[in-house]
Design a protein around this ligand. Sequence first.
Ligand code: GYE
Length: 340
Amino acid sequence: MRKKGTGFGLFLLAFLLLTSCTGEENASEDSVLYEDEVVDSEDIVVGYSQVGSESDWRTANTESFEQTFTEANGYFLLFEDAQQKQENQLKAIRNFILQEVDYIILDPIVETGWDAVLQEAKDAGIPVILVDRTVKVEDEDLYTCWVGSDFTREGEQAGEWLKNYLEQQGRSEEEIRIVTLQGTLDSSSQIGRTQGFQKVLHTQDNWLMLESQSGDFTQAKGREVMEYFLNTYEDIDVVIGENDNMTFGAIDAIKAAGKTCGPNGDIIILSFDAVRAALVSMKNGDINADFECNPLLGPRVAEIIEQLEHGETVDKIQYVEETYFDSSMDLKESIKERAY
Ligand code: GYE
């Protein structure tokens, strides 16, 4: 993968032409110059606008694309990290359009505000594949397809798990005081997980959602928000971290406050992503349950591109398979096998 600089147009020039003028080293007639890189003109050029590098999940997702979209596999990847700012993604997409890439892959930070830029991509004839998070747009034809997780299902699963667990513990009648560390507000992963959990929350009269606040999917903010919750609410029974890194921050805050968590502690911890470090933390007794979200989307997107290259139509909405883990399970093998 190459990390591209910002804001330049495409210099898609025949490399042969260049070298014949300058007398530089040999290149095949099929090479083209892409900014300062020599690219095989047969390569499929893909621009990926990534959310940022805020979590373990995100790192694994980036690596999955880097490992899939290689020159050995016939691709040239332009990668842009938006540092969790939508304006950076808008800029990146416009640059991809200027550079006349073959495909744009977008992991949209938030759901709204995409109509204009996606229309520009469509007008330029560049298919846009959404990954992970999704968008809300007037016209669904503005993107080719989406591949990612069923976030609402994940949230609902967490609620169902908690309901069963409390039943097993003989606590179905007790008042259960819950706080939520939400992901980046208006991201589809935050919206889905929050709404999914709420579906179960609304059926449980004894559950009380004390407060929900965003920790922006980062460990540092997760800790900060949890410190605030602990200072504000004397009695907290359940913490929901809408991703593992916020959960890690919350666990640090809980321990620093002299409290305990996990199956043998004061506070029940539910989390999302199920990255390896979280499974280790669960094995160590700090997390009760974790709802998996698979970041390894690169190969799936490559398959989609192959289909499109062969003129096939692809399914508009493509979910990936996921499971969950809890502290009653034997986690040793899962930790060993975990790819992220
Ligand atoms: O849970 C989190 C990341 O959108 C599913 O974003 C993704 C979330 C994931 O920062 O760790």
